[in-house]
Design a protein around this ligand. Sequence first.
Ligand code: DAH
Length: 341
Amino acid sequence: MSQEQLQQLKTRALDEIKKVSDQNQLQNLEIKYLGRKGELTKILRTVGELPEAERGKMGDLANQVKQVLASEIGRVKKSLSEKGAGAVEENEWIDVTASKVKDGFGHLNPVSKIQYELEDIFSSMGFMVLDGPELESEYYNFEALNIPSWHPAREMQDTFYVEGDGLLMRTHTSPMQVRTMEKYGAPLRAIVPGRCFRNEATDARHEHTFYQLEGFMVDKNISMANLKAVLEVVAKKLYGPETHLRLRPKYYPFVEPGVNGEVTCFLCKGKGCRLCKNIGWLEIFGAGLIHPNVLKAGGINPEKWSGFAFGFGLTRLAMLKYGIDDIRLFCSGDIRFLNQF
Ligand code: DAH
């Protein structure tokens, strides 16, 4: 090989290196020229066989070419990996005088808004705010809440069972009643907002994933009067001071007595309208005095302590408050929906 040919090899190699667009191509070139059987390596090996007069010059030149190629490959390698990490390439440029593109700020989901509002109201009354597991045991979701496996109330909650070990996706936030009693004992005040799941055929009013907010208080001599007093404060804070609250009997296995909580419709102030279906009242929670069996399951003596519990449908509250008529929008991830709140 002549010096001229060596120069040509250098030019060709540099040219090819300049054109690579990823690490793979670059590696192939590295092998092609500098690898054990690479073109340049072969030349370097044969330098020793040259006549003495040429040997020195060719050797120097070949080594020089090797260094130039190696350093160019190193430079491109670095630039490619920086580019991969989002860095600006040398030949790209930034116009620092350009006006900034307005970043869209994210929006809270309307359910989160209601949740934070309720968290503020309840914490101002001394309630802890707790989180509970979404993957729950059959025991806490049902048994501990006075719903044994034969109980027809299980049918009211279509359940996603998870294979193995009596696990399911919680159908309500109520399981946290017993978990919290076990952990903190009495007296106790806590709320638990969170995601719940039911095996529903979805439509505008039914969704497999929705939000509830559970609350409970255990202390000496707790009665329905305490329940009503606390929830009346909440209703007035949520919907204004003119709001009334009424409790009507309803069966839930984990409370006795059990009630439905209804507030005067905030849209028509109780006169009757489309929102309240002309009834004047909106049902917003289930509640009652905690059943002695549930207190016992939580390790609390029902002879000494009593308590009330309630469960708000957070998703339902958001639908009512913002006039949202399709529950499926909440978890749709559609930014056009969220942008409205
Ligand atoms: N867990 C009930 C449900 O999902 C709601 C509920 C009703 C919670 C009464 C309570 C309660 O704490 O006392 O339908």
